[in-house]
Design a protein around this ligand. Structure first.
Ligand SMILES: [Zn+2]
Length: 190
C-alpha cells in the first residue's frame, strides 16, 4: 500500500506503517515527563521532520487534536495487549479518518493507494491513521504493544516468539512491576 507524499502530488512513498505509529505514540515520555507535542512549535517540528505537514503554522486547537489522536491510538494499541476497549478512543480515530477524507485510488498498473484527500493537520492525521491501518494489514500491528507499567505506557515492538511481552524493557519496567507485584502479595499476606 502506498500513500501520497505531501511534498509532491505525484511522488509516492512506502507507508512507514508501524514505525510511524510507535514514534507518534512515544512523543509523550511519561516517565521523563516530557512531551514532544507540548507546544505548537514542537508539534509542527515533529510533523515537518516526517514530511507530514508543510510550512503553515499550527493552531493550538490542531495541536490538541494531535494529542487526542495520540492518546486514542495508545488506548487502542493497549486494548490489543490487555483486552480493554474504549469506545471514545475508537470514535476519535473514526473522526480522524473522516476529517482526513481517506480516499482509495487505483492506478493504471492496478495498484491501490489509500491516502488522505484533506489538507493541513487533517492530512497529517489522515496519514498517521493510514499508517495504523497499513500496519494492521501487514500484521506488524500485532507486535505493537503498550508497556504494562502505567507510569510508562511506552509503545514498543514485541520481539518475543509468542507475542507475549508485557513491558517495554525487562530491565526497567519488567523488574519494577514484578517487584511491585511481589510487595503487594507480601502485604496481602501480612
Ligand atoms: Zn515501560
Amino acid at each position: 500500500m502506498t500513500v501520497t507524499n505531501p511534498s509532491s502530488e505525484t511522488k509516492r512513498v512506502a507507508t512507514p506503517g508501524v514505525d510511524l505509529i510507535r514514534a507518534f505514540v512515544n512523543t509523550a515520555e511519561l516517565e521523563e515527563g516530557t512531551d514532544h507535542l507540548a507546544t505548537v512549535e514542537q508539534a509542527r517540528g515533529w510533523l515537518q521532520d516526517r514530511g507530514l505537514i508543510g510550512e503553515d503554522p499550527l493552531a493550538e486547537s490542531e495541536r490538541l487534536r494531535l494529542v487526542e489522536a495520540r492518546e486514542a491510538l495508545r488506548t487502542v494499541i493497549a486494548a490489543g495487549s490487555d483486552g480493554r476497549i474504549d469506545p471514545e478512543s475508537l470514535a476519535v480515530l473514526d473522526g480522524v479518518g473522516r476529517n482526513g477524507r481517506l480516499t482509495l485510488a487505483f492506478s493504471p498498473d492496478g495498484s491501490a493507494d489509500l491516502h488522505p484527500d484533506a489538507t493541513g493537520i487533517d492530512r497529517a492525521l489522515g496519514q498517521i491513521i493510514v499508517a495504523a491501518y497499513t500496519a494492521m494489514i501487514d500484521e506488524s500491528w500485532s507486535r505493537l504493544k503498550i508497556c504494562g507499567n502505567h507510569e510508562c505506557r511506552w509503545a514498543f515492538h514485541d520481539r518475543s516468539k509468542n507475542h507475549s511481552a508485557k513491558w517495554c524493557s525487562m530491565q526497567s519496567c519488567g523488574n519494577r512491576m514484578k517487584a511491585r507485584a511481589y510487595r503487594a502479595r507480601q502485604e496481602a499476606r501480612s
